[in-house]
Design a protein around this ligand. Sequence first.
Ligand code: ADP
Ligand code: MG
Length: 335
Amino acid sequence: MPAIHKLPEVLINQIAAGEVVERPASVLKELMENSLDAGSRAVEVQLTQGGIKQLRISDDGCGIDQGDLGLALERHATSKIASLEDLEAVGTMGFRGEALAAIASVARTQITSRTPDAAHAWRVTERAREPVPAALNGGTVIEVEDLYYNTPARRKFLKSDATEFGHCDDVFRRVALARPDVGFQLSHNGRLTLRLAAGDAERRVREILGDEFMTHSRRVEVDAGAMRLSGFAALPAYARANRDAQFFYVNGRFVRDKLIQHALRQAYADILHGARHPAFVLFLDMDPAGVDVNVHPAKTEVRFREGRAIHQFVFHGLTRALASPLQHVTPVAEA
Ligand code: ADP
Ligand code: MG
């Protein structure tokens, strides 16, 4: 056996990228979450060829300091946590400090950013990490090009532009559903495909799931002090053939969790028959200390400290909302 040796940094990042950067949609998720963590009010996404050729995300957030720009591309470098206490109470979408490093190890990556007090913007790329002056009014623009250009084995697993765009569109909607207070815009190959103005939750849900979903939905609103379940759940008449209209968020994070799925399925068990799937947009908000989001790099899995209590709360809250006779969402008047 050869002697043990430390792997080079770029290879370490490329290995990590296997978990964080599965396809263009996973890059998009990380970049949109970064924009939201930066306090942006408007996020614009431009994709070329399903995001394989280019993803460009621009925001009006806090920007990155000249002195921090090079660090942003390094592994385990983050501005979001500094201690274990911070990790346990984490309120941002990111905290692992590995997304940009992973992305930059498998795609040509450029960051242009300007903080409010800077005289002008600065730019770094994955090859040139010393910031150079650039032009930008404010916020951050991240451009990711030629995904997997240097790891051809991975590139082979990418599907058609249309399929990859579909996954990006899913991610875009998932992220946007949880943040109705932020404006979002998506375009593909130079054509605007979705524009969402900042507004209230009901409007955002309607824009993404449609009028029909709203007409067939009950509002869910259960507040138990330490936990809150809110959102919209469709009655059986709106059940789907697939799970595409299932959105569940824990503290603003889209998750797919077995325990939650079980509670939801049970709440629908008596009213939904056959192979149909319920449709819902639900937000569970709770003390961050009661849920571990650091289970997997993509953070779509979570672990609850009080699993039983969460299960009960979600099951009962939803059962009650679905059974109550007069809680239809009032349709908005035709414009
Ligand atoms: P994490 O989000 O886990 O901190 P990332 O690798 O995604 O790690 O980002 C590294 C750092 O770069 C962030 O902690 C943040 O300070 C900075 N950053 C990334 N994107 C943006 C953005 N759009 N606006 C402001 N700062 C950003
Ligand atoms: Mg991040």
